[in-house]
Ligand binder design. Sequence first.
Ligand code: SF4
Length: 261
Amino acid sequence: MMKKKELLNLVNRPEMILGIYNYCDRWCERCDFTNRCANFAIGEENFSKSGEDSNNKAFWDELHNVFQLTMEMILESAEKHGIDLNDIDTEKYEEERKQLNELTNAHECAYLSKDYYTYVNDWFDATEDLIEEKKESWKTNARIGLSEDDIVKEVGHLNDIIDVIRWYQYQIHVKLKRAIHGKLDDANEPPDEYPKDSDGFAKVALIGMDRSIAAWGKMLPLFPIKEDVIFKILVLLEKLKRRTEKEFLDARSFVRAGFDD
Ligand code: SF4
């Protein structure tokens, strides 16, 4: 089991980029920075040893271990900064959170992004058979000249498009809600010149939208019969993108550690 000292050594390795994981899309498989990310390293250190099997007792034991180490560090940090963790007006806090959540859910970016992930699910439900037919047709075409490599490439291309759409489908909504929530929360604080978390989360959502738009663009020629619905989805995404850029004027220029600097 990992000890606190080992955890700190790992996080403080010189090659690590501080906070890189705060504004990433969590797609570690496709990330160029796995060797500079403490979050990834901790995951590898703990979970690769336990087989990544969610039914595996070792997996949950390791997770519990990281939880305990993190709690220890929170308590130490609170003590160091003179913060009394019990000094919370729970009722007032709950009421404020409830109001913020309601305002967040009612925001146009929140419900448009919810519409988006619903449309995506509907599209895949309605197109499932067609996607399989398409893959089968490539295999059949092997008999009329398409090489094995071509088929692998075509199927891989389609799978990549689907992966991109599916990866960002819910993430756009989640990140936007965090951004809206953060912005509403910040409105109660005195203004300062520091970059806003809300812009960082909005930027991650915008990147997800850009990539999803590109992926749907690649989907279009593959399924011309579904053109109308794909255009409807693209129009929704474009509308969401514009609304987000209008709401978070500094999001595009927000500098994410590692990715943008
Ligand atoms: S920065 Fe990259 S490696 Fe780290 S959590 Fe994000 S996607 Fe994964």
